[in-house]
Design a protein around this ligand. Structure first.
Ligand code: NAD
Ligand code: DAU
Length: 350
């Protein structure tokens, strides 16, 4: 069946991979990419498909309800995959309100527009892309399951938890056909260099300090972004309405171990003497409320939808570094001007 799919946040990191996957794989679908182009959105990430017949970019804000209502009617949107968000934990600590606006009110506005327009619930879907951070922080043992109670601890995760609750509330109250997924830390090409891996790649290139928060002992479960996009595709087409799927790769890394691996790979690729990048490691004040460990149990998506990640981490990290080294212009463009000032100020505060 042909579908008119609205992907929000398609100029961001994960969204741009998802848009490219859908535009190429589903020529019968019309893909609309709605994005406000905040500091994190970049149309350069979509150059490869921007001329495709089944693709259209729409510049707009998910907080603008009348605009959303018109858009859904005008384009006859049948399906929504919602990724647009403020996504960086450190920014949520310095400026929580924009996270509440975009992530909570923005999601609620989109839900409200879909509810109004989708009179017949059949053949529609509202897919909410969420995070494992809603489950809180783990100790040394255990995993996040789909039924793990919510325990968000940063303004970012609290806003994502709230948006998840609204999505489920619209399903239970109004019968809106929804599905949700909660994924672990993504990495890969086109990630804005404020997140750990691209920030450190950029700093190593420029021989700048690598700010490791606290003792570097926090653990994250890393997922290659293209594997995440495939998982979203699989859930979009096969997920059960009303259900939630955890996405993760059983790929836990202590920050400092990951950083040392990154430093070694960078030295090799840049033909710098062994140990050059590690010398840039600088331990700084810990992130406030820093969650200790995230780890996803992804058995449900494996058993029900036959999805498993495709890439080993060392390979994915190497590909990621290669991409950044081959795309220094992209990196320079997105880090120029306002962002660089913002980053330098945040670094000085630590
Ligand atoms: P990102 O910050 O790279 O991109 C967010 C995009 O949303 C940007 O293009 C931005 O312009 C757009 N946007 C922001 N506010 C908007 C608004 N008001 N209206 C319209 N567009 C707006 O984010 P990402 O890392 O690609 O994450 C995408 C989604 O996936 C988010 O919902 C995030 O919570 C979730 N997620 C991210 C990760 C991760 O590791 N990055 C992991 C799990 C889940
Ligand atoms: O788990 C999924 C989440 O992963 C997503 O929902 C978020 O959108 C995404 O940003 C990410 O959140 P994290 O806070 O885990 O990612 P970040 O890259 O900011 O940090 C990864 C780890 O590295 C974390 O323990 C903090 C640490 N860190 C981060 C930065 C930016 C440092 O030690 N130094 C740094 O400069």
């Amino acid at each position: 069946m042909s579908k008119n799919v609205l992907i929000t946040g398609g100029a961001g990191f994960i969204g741009s991979h998802l848009v490219k996957l859908f535009v190429r794989k589903y020529p019968d679908y019309k893909i609309y990419n709605l994005d406000a182009l905040t500091y994190a959105g970049n149309l350069e990430s979509l150059k490869e498909i921007e001329q495709s017949k089944n693709y259209e970019f729409v510049h707009g804000d998910i907080l603008d309800l009348p605009f959303l209502e018109n858009l859904l009617v005008e384009k006859n949107i049948t399906h929504i995959i919602h990724l647009a968000a403020e996504s960086h934990v450190d920014r949520s600590i310095s400026d929580p309100l924009i996270f509440i606006k975009t992530n909570v009110l923005g999601t609620a506005s989109l839900l409200q527009a879909a509810r109004k327009f989708w009179k017949n619930q059949k053949d529609h879907l509202f897919y909410h892309v969420s995070t494992d951070e809603v489950y809180g922080s783990l100790g040394e043992e255990g995993y996040f399951y789909e039924n793990t109670p919510y325990d968000p601890r940063s303004p970012y995760s609290a806003s994502k938890a709230s948006s998840d609750h609204f999505v489920r509330a619209f399903h239970h109250t109004y019968g809106l056909p929804v599905v949700l997924s909660n994924c672990s830390n993504n990495y890969g090409p086109y990630q804005f260099p404020e997140k750990l891996i691209p920030l450190f790649i950029n700093n190593i290139l420029e021989m700048k300090p690598l700010p490791v928060y606290g003792k570097g002992i926090n653990i994250r479960d890393w997922m290659y972004v293209k594997d995440h996009a495939v998982a979203i595709d699989v859930i979009f087409h096969g997920g059960k309405i009303g259900d939630t799927y955890n996405i993760g790769g059983h790929n836990e890394w202590k920050n400092i171990d990951l950083i040392k691996l990154l430093c070694q790979q960078m030295d090799q690729k840049l033909n710098r003497p062994k140990g050059t990048s590690e010398k840039l490691i600088t331990y700084v004040t810990d992130r406030a409320g820093h969650d200790m460990r995230y780890a996803i149990d992804a058995s449900k998506i494996k058993n029900e939808l036959n999805w498993v990640p495709s890439l080993q981490f060392e390979e994915g990290l190497s590909e990621t570094i290669d991409w950044y080294l081959a795309n220094k212009e992209w990196l320079a463009n997105v880090t120029s001007g306002e962002y660089q000032n913002y980053y330098d100020q945040q670094y000085l505060k630590r």
